[in-house]
Write a protein that binds this ligand. Structure first.
Ligand SMILES: Cc1cc2nc3c(=O)[nH]c(=O)nc-3n(C[C@H](O)[C@H](O)[C@H](O)COP(=O)(O)O)c2cc1C
Length: 171
């Protein structure tokens, strides 16, 4: 089984998770902005994407490569501020074609956000978002930042990969 990881990141945490999964599995890791990121060369794909402004950043690449992803993609991991739940599922569903998503396992990972590293414009947008957010904890995080990046949270992904590999051997 030839597996590979394809990721899209804005601020680095999705890349960090993708590299950890790559180290643990030996699968090559590609940034989707890299011209060498060709999913047609692999038969087991793990897609990883940052979630920015309610959408997965990988969505345009997915659209452009849909024919090669159908039938190959197995696991999607999203990296967001919000944790797993219906809100996140809605944003993911609005980002990817149902035909692809329905055949994938989705694992929600949490990322990091450091306001000091954002552009001035993005910082102002986050401040306004914080003012409008009725959830006090989420509002504080939008204002002050957060860091949930944790290597152990890739364990469910490694388990799924192992299960797929075992099912390949037994069929
Ligand atoms: C401008 C901006 C917008 C964001 N929008 C959302 C959002 O809509 N929902 C969410 O759960 N997290 C949101 N986040 C948090 C990101 O998902 C989090 O920072 C994640 O780690 C980004 O992944 P990356 O580091 O790979 O770019 C946002 C972060 C930034 C900086």
């Amino acid at each position: 089984m030839k597996g590979a990881i394809f990721f899209s990141t804005k601020h680095g945490s999705t890349a960090q998770y993708a590299n950890w999964i790559g180290e643990a599995t030996g699968f090559p890791v590609f940034d989707v902005n890299d011209a060498k990121a060709d999913p047609s060369k692999y038969d087991f794909l793990i897609l990883g994407s940052a979630l920015i402004f309610y959408r997965l950043t990988i969505r345009k690449w997915v659209k452009a490569n849909l024919a090669d992803l159908e039938g190959r993609s197995k696991i999607l991991f999203s990296v967001s501020g919000a944790g797993a739940g219906s809100k996140l599922n809605q944003w993911v569903a609005a980002s990817l074609p149902e035909s692809l998503l329905s055949k994938m396992n989705h694992v929600a990972l949490r990322g990091r956000m450091n306001p000091a590293k954002l552009s001035w414009v993005l910082r102002q947008i986050m401040k306004i978002g914080a003012l409008l957010n009725p959830n006090r904890k989420a509002s504080k995080e939008e204002r002050e930042g957060f860091d949930y990046v944790d290597k152990s949270s890739i364990e469910p992904i490694l388990k799924l990969i192992e299960e797929f590999q075992l099912s390949e051997v037994s069929t």
